[in-house]
Every structure is written in structure tokens, then in C-alpha cells.
Design a protein around this ligand. Sequence first.
Ligand SMILES: Nc1nc2c(ncn2[C@@H]2O[C@H](COP(=O)(O)OP(=O)(O)OP(=O)(O)O)[C@@H](O)[C@H]2O)c(=O)[nH]1
Ligand code: SF4
Ligand SMILES: [Mg+2]
Length: 410
Amino acid sequence: MSKTPQSERIHIAFVGRRNVGKSSLINCFTGQELAIVSDIPGTTTDPVKKAMELLPFGPVVLIDTAGIDDVGELGQKRISKTIKTISEADFAILVLDSQQKLNSYEYDLIEQLKNFNVSFLAAINKSDLGINYELIEELKSLGIKYHPVSCLKNQGIYDLKEKVSQLLPKEDEIPLIADLVKQHDLIVLVVPIDLGAPKGRLIMPQVQTIREALDVDTIVVVTKDKELRATLSKLNQQPKLVVTDSQAIMRVNADVPDEIPITTFSILMARYKGDLVEYIRGLKKVEELQNGDKVLIAEACTHHAQEDDIGRVKIPRWLRLHTKKNIEIDIVSGHDFPENLSEYKLIIHCGGCTLTRKMMQTRIKQARYMGIPIVNYGIIISYLHGAIPRVLQPFPEAFNEWEKTTSKIK
Ligand SMILES: Nc1nc2c(ncn2[C@@H]2O[C@H](COP(=O)(O)OP(=O)(O)OP(=O)(O)O)[C@@H](O)[C@H]2O)c(=O)[nH]1
Ligand code: SF4
Ligand SMILES: [Mg+2]
């Protein structure tokens, strides 16, 4: 278990006002004096992470944060870091002082937790000093779950850990293709072997799709785009689904009869790692782009860029051709997703095959929080080649979102 990488572990943020005992509670959780505790407000200045096994749940990362009522310019910077920590957290413990009532700081914090869709539990610390029943009533009226503890007396910690373990979000298990097909269905996968294809092998989304389809006893036919028509003509039944590489979408859209559903590997990946519905919402922005607008193209790894690279060359070209606008495009690659996204009107993210689902979800959350529309490569390529909504047909939620979105596009 200790081998679980930090990024894969559930992240629990300890948040609250200064001096309420956030660091003390982390120490009680871990049973170690890791975080510095003092009666001077503002002792913790930067988020501090500690990996541990939270039984009965499993591996987690605890994050100590600076108090959300910090003062001065430096205090504001610390608060921003705390908010960023919340945006990346899977769960939060809102630490309260048993002697105080909720004030505007906690109300703001609760608002932020809701914005980022982070579930949380209130830990009422310093309960050795007695409990303020008005605080309990307030929490009840807000529907916030709470648990009294005393770090000083080490009371209530075991029960709090158990409660947190029960409330932690379970990993979403989104299938790539397994829910779209069943035993003995016939599917056709279209894999162009062009200069961009790696030598001697298939790429990860293709291999993963084949494997998942085989796991549910589906019959898988793999062919190149040029051979697709010949393949279809030789089959004695219509395929249940055709999945293609995005770059061959135009040809596949034309060659596959309308009654056969098609989609792309990138769209399967977009649902698996990201959020298909959010990406469809993001498409609306493409039609609203104006001269001088900035678009961010974000790639999650620093792969060797090719001459006709999809992210660096093709998508910018197609986007400018489609919009007929003079759009400024910034390209970032690697694990550094810009913290400040506010200058961008649209984010176009790669498939994120080297990111975990959680990391991709965090990026989407950050974009959503800043109100910046986000799409991914697969979705925008299909859109710019006129294959949306056809490629969305296997995904009713995304298809419905498209129907809603189109009523707003043009
Ligand atoms: N009476 C009592 N005091 C406590 C308890 N837990 C923490 N304290 C005291 O509260 C003070 C603040 O504790 P910290 O853990 O540093 O609080 P914090 O929330 O991390 O504070 P900042 O890092 O400054 O935001 C210290 O003097 C602790 O000894 C408790 O359960 N009961
Ligand atoms: S999809 Fe993203 S992470 Fe995967 S190879 Fe392309 S740029 Fe790298
Ligand atoms: Mg602290």
C-alpha cells in the first residue's frame, strides 16, 4: 500500500481559521509530531502534505493549510494557496474551535468547498473546553456533518477517522468501452498507420480499448482507414460500433453508413479520464472567439513534437480556419498546468493519457472554477470536421448536452 503514488491517493485538506488546531489534528491523525503547533495564529504558512494509511480506508494524503482568516498581503497569498489546495482535494475537514461560532470566513470556505464539489466534515476541536451549542445548532441547520474532538486530550480522534473513512469518495470506475458493448457484438476499430504512428506497435488507447472489448467477449476487427470500406463489405453483419482514430474521422464519417454508430478513441478517453459533458459545453465558446482572444493548448507530457504535430500545428490551423479569426495560441506541456487561467477564453486539453483520472479532473475543476470553457483534442477535432453530434450518439448524456448547446450556437 505504501507504494501507492501520492497523485493516486485520496487527498484530504484540513482547513479552517488560524489557531483552531488544524496542525494539531494532523498530528493526532498520524500519531506523529509532524506539523508545527503553536498558540501564535498563522503558524502554518504553506500547504504541507503527509502520506499515511487511513484505516479502514487505505492510503491517503493529509494536507495542512494556512488559516483562511490570515491578514495582510502575504496572508492573502496564503489564502489563495489554501483555496488552490481545496480545488485539488478529494475531501476536506473543516476544523472549528468549540468556543467560537461560524463567521464570514467559514461561510466563504463552505461556499468554496461547494464550488469545487469537495465533500467535507466539520471537526469541532478543543471540546475539552466545553461545547458551544449555538455552533452545533448552526451546523445542523446548514446540514453539515460534525464530530467533536480534543487534540489536547486525544479524544474523539479514532471515531473521527472512522467517520472520514466512510465519507471519502470512492474512485469512479469509468469504463473505456465495456459498457457500450456486450458478448458477441462485433465492433470495428480504425487505426491509421501513417508516419505519425509509432513504429511496430499500437498506442495505449487503442490497446486498452481492444483489451476491454475482449474482456466482455466482444468480437473485435481492427483495420486501417484505407481498408475500412473493404472491411465493412466483407462482414456478414453490421458492426455494433465503429471506433476510429480522430485524425481519420472525416473519412470514417463518410464511409460508414449512417445507421452504424461511430465514435473516436479520443472521445472514449475523454469520458474515461475527463468529462465529456463539460467538454461539449466548452465547444460553444469556439463560435464566440474573437480576434485577439487567447486560447491555451495544454499537453500533459513533453512528447517529441512532429512536423505536423496535432496539438502544435494541426489544431491551431483548423481552429483559425474554422473561426476565421486571428486567435492567439499559447501551448504548454508537461505537468505544469498554469495556475492563472484567467487570460484565456478557451482551453484545449490533450487526451491526458499520462495523467491519472484524478489529475485530469483537477484541471477541469480549476478551469470550471475560473469560468474558462475547456474542451479536449478529440472533441474539438470531431467538431471541426463536422462529426459532432454523430460521434456522441453512444453517449446519451453528452448527446443531450449537445442538443442544449446547439440551441445556443449560432
Ligand atoms: N485546549 C485545547 N487546545 C488545543 C487543542 N488543539 C490545539 N490546541 C492549541 O491551539 C493552538 C493552535 O494549534 P495549531 O494546531 O497550531 O492550530 P492551527 O489551526 O494549525 O493554527 P495556524 O497554523 O496558525 O493556522 C495551540 O496552542 C494548540 O496547543 C485542543 O484540543 N484543546
Ligand atoms: S495525449 Fe497528452 S499526455 Fe498523452 S501523449 Fe498526447 S500530449 Fe502526451
Ligand atoms: Mg497550523
